[in-house]
Design a protein around this ligand. Structure first.
Ligand code: NAD
Ligand code: AHE
Ligand code: ZN
Length: 376
């Protein structure tokens, strides 16, 4: 198949707020610096839903969504040296070129070499590798894993050991890595500390797991949906809080401050709600509290707090992909999974076939799933 157009099935988002539709598509051969991948599995992340909702300021349609995948390299384009056909890979929505100002800074994982075209749904040469019914279909986050075959940049794939089951480690493509790294790399939670985690989906539960790994003493897990608490407990949460149960006359932040002798040392927002982001900052301790924003909020939304909150020693941070550099650091997380240091299996609450993918969105919306994984 190398060098030839591949015809296969993909889930297309033709327009915002419409269910995905399974279509026959054409996938062009990988060009210079690109790899074509046979997708084996892909999780459904809340961010896919966010873009489908029309709230993403970068949303373009028609598009093939999906950014939490695992697959096998089918063919490679000119000049590709770091992977070859048959290699198992996890597509990366944050590439690692190792050459740009960001990669060289030692301060961030936000490689920016192709950020502009990626955000526009295109490959760096401003074209797409996907067509359907004669129409150009946009890429998504440089990954487009809701397709039997996709094309990514060589710098946007992490090669992983073929011993790792792709139907599990695909979740390292986003949610698990994001939450785990936010705790361990971005906030750098310290042993013995007190933590509040807002939102217990795949991301928030991974924050909980990261905080336990970091040795946090108290992990307060917060969600409006109490069916999330048992898994949070399994991941290491020590207490549970439903925002609907806050005593009358108190705000949620006041309640948490009261429960924790002045506030938590670290907090994490894993929902994408700007009001909760404020609560998360304001429930941290005066003088040293650190609040990390992970949730993605809709176009036009803004955060607010009194500057006094920061003047008095609280820090507001943010984290993308847990601060991990994908090509260099995902293989280590795969090892942690294989060595049973990192739980991934518990997050896979549902598996679906490609033609059932809309159910993956329904299950997320109803709060039944942590991760639905599409198996190709
Ligand atoms: P999810 O839908 O699986 O989980 C969200 C959870 O928040 C649910 O359990 C829901 O019940 C809970 N919730 C909703 N409103 C709440 C409220 N007001 N108070 C308490 N709990 C509330 O989502 P996910 O896949 O875990 O993603 C979480 C967020 O993180 C999304 O905004 C997503 O776009 C974002 N995200 C960011 C990154 C990143 O790199 N920064 C990566 C992945 C996901
Ligand atoms: N297009 C969105 C940006 C969304 C966003 O912040 N994405 C996160 C990853 S979410 C994964 O589930 C991210 O990595 N951001 C860094 C970046 O460069 O996009 C918008 O709001 O416009
Ligand atoms: Zn995601």
């Amino acid at each position: 198949t190398a060098g030839q157009v591949i015809k296969c099935k993909a889930a297309i988002a033709w327009a915002p707020k419409q269910p995905l539709s399974i279509e026959d598509i054409e996938v062009a051969p990988p060009q210079k610096g690109e790899v074509r991948i046979k997708v084996i599995a892909s999780g459904v992340c809340h961010t896919d839903q966010y873009t489908l909702s029309g709230q993403d300021s970068e949303g373009v349609f028609p598009v093939i969504l999906g950014h939490e995948g695992g697959g096998i390299v089918e063919s490679v384009g000119e000049g590709v040296t770091s992977v070859q056909p048959g290699d198992h890979v996890i597509p990366l929505y944050i590439p690692e070129c190792r050459n740009c100002k960001f990669c060289k800074s030692g301060k961030t994982n936000l490689c920016s070499i192709v950020r502009e075209t990626q955000g526009a749904g295109l490959m760096p040469d401003h074209t797409s590798r996907f067509t359907c019914k004669g129409q150009k279909i946009f890429h998504y986050m440089g990954t487009s894993t809701f397709s039997e075959y996709t094309v990514c940049l060589e710098i946007s794939v992490a090669k992983v050991t073929p011993q790792a089951p792709l139907d599990k480690v695909c979740l390292l493509g986003c949610g698990i890595t994001t939450g785990y790294g936010a705790a361990l790399k971005t906030a750098q939670v310290t042993p013995g500390s007190t933590v509040a985690v807002f939102g217990l989906g795949g991301v928030g539960l991974s924050v909980v797991q990261g905080c336990r790994t970091a040795g946090a003493a108290r992990i307060i897990a917060i969600d409006l949906n109490p069916t999330k608490y048992p898994l949070a407990q399994k991941m290491g949460a020590t207490e549970f809080l439903n925002p609907s149960d806050v005593p009358a006359g108190l705000t949620l932040q006041q309640h948490i401050v009261n429960l924790t002798d002045g506030g938590v040392d670290y907090s994490f927002e894993c929902i994408g709600n700007v009001n909760v982001m404020r609560t998360a900052l304001e429930c941290t301790h005066k003088g040293w509290g650190v609040s990390t924003i992970i949730g993605v909020a809709g176009a036009g939304q803004e955060i607010a707090t009194r500057p006094f909150q920061l003047v008095t020693g609280r820090t507001w941070k943010g984290s993308a992909f847990g601060g991990y550099k994908g090509r260099s650091e995902l293989p280590g997380l795969v090892d942690d999974y294989l060595n049973k240091k990192l739980d991934i299996d518990s997050f896979v609450t549902h598996t679906l076939k490609l033609d059932e993918i809309n159910r993956g969105f329904d299950l997320m919306h109803s709060g039944e799933s942590i991760r639905a994984v599409v198996l190709f």
